[in-house]
Design a protein. Structure first.
Length: 305
């Protein structure tokens, strides 16, 4: 009986992680699936990589396989008599596995027709929504292309129209899972899911940090100095905001619960930006001269020492 190097079958090293083994299997299974592959040895290679994956994805089987050491592919092999892997088990061979597999694991594999079944790949896509849509929730019709196999076993690209519900409170980078709308499974396995990554379109006024939104609010010197109440834009409409007396540029005020909805909802952070009127004429210039005389101030005092 010939030794089979399952690691070589999947093109991975003997120290490969479970994720590396899974990725290698999926890549090769897609390439050699008999329903879609044009390779002349597709069916044989598909069985080979399926058998390798069945062993290496199972920690118990992988450990037992590794216990026999590393050998050359095709080298004559016979399990030790005390290994618990009696070659006589091969008489239970179902046709789904090689003699090598049966000699090691006997009837511990899946039943007929189940050995190479695999869930389909998840499909990734992006969808852009406005901040107002993220605040209120919305629906979108999305066109997705997916590889399918027709009744004659021929692969073809098909376009599917999906109605997607975007929930209120969705944040930038959040993923929305649409079940069973990914690629079809291998060997009759379940289809994968569609994973939609949300991207928030840039907004004229707001910036987002998770569910919090930030707004730069221009105010006049007297509104900041005297503590006026001003009208402020939020995603849910305008509200009145009391500015504390003596506020300076970059003073940050918080509107609790006025960000994106959620549990808990985000807040709106208002950053004051004091805007100075221009000295556009003699009267305005004279007013500034009077302020300089009546309100002496050196904002750079701490920097002059």
């Amino acid at each position: 009986m010939e030794y089979k190097d399952y690691y070589a079958s999947l093109g991975v090293g003997r120290k490969a992680t479970a994720d590396e083994i899974k990725r290698a299997y999926r890549r090769l299974a897609r390439k050699y699936h008999p329903d879609v592959s044009k390779e002349k040895d597709a069916e044989e290679r598909f069985k080979e990589i399926g058998e390798a994956y069945e062993v290496l994805r199972d920690p118990e089987k992988r450990a037992e396989y590794d216990s026999f050491g590393q050998r050359k592919p095709g080298e004559e092999f016979r399990p030790p008599p005390d290994s618990g892997s009696d070659f006589s088990r091969s008489e239970r061979h179902t046709g789904d596995h090689s003699d090598f597999f049966e000699s090691l694991f006997g009837g511990r594999g899946p039943g007929r027709g189940q050995a190479f079944r695999s869930r389909g790949f998840d499909t990734m896509a992006q969808i852009e929504v406005t901040l107002e849509e993220a605040y209120s929730g919305t629906s979108r019709n999305v066109s997705m292309q997916r590889m399918e196999v027709d009744a004659q076993g021929r692969p073809q690209q098909k376009t599917r129209q999906l109605a997607i519900r975007i929930p209120a409170g969705v944040t930038d980078g959040q993923r929305i899972r649409v079940p069973a709308q990914g690629e079809p499974g291998l060997g009759g396995g379940a289809p994968g899911d569609l994973m939609l990554e949300v991207r928030l379109a840039p907004h004229r006024f707001f910036r987002t940090e998770g569910r919090d939104v930030r707004l730069d609010l221009p105010v006049t010197p007297w509104e900041a100095a005297l503590g006026h109440t001003v009208r402020v834009r939020t995603l849910g409409g305008h509200v009145n905001l009391k500015i504390p007396k003596g506020s300076q540029t970059d003073t940050q005020l918080r509107l609790k619960g006025r960000g994106l909805p959620g549990k808990p909802p985000g807040d709106q952070l208002v950053i004051l930006k004091i805007m100075t009127p221009p000295a556009a004429d003699a009267a305005a210039a004279a007013l500034y001269e009077k302020m300089a005389a009546d309100l002496p101030m050196n904002p750079r005092q701490d920097m002059e020492g």
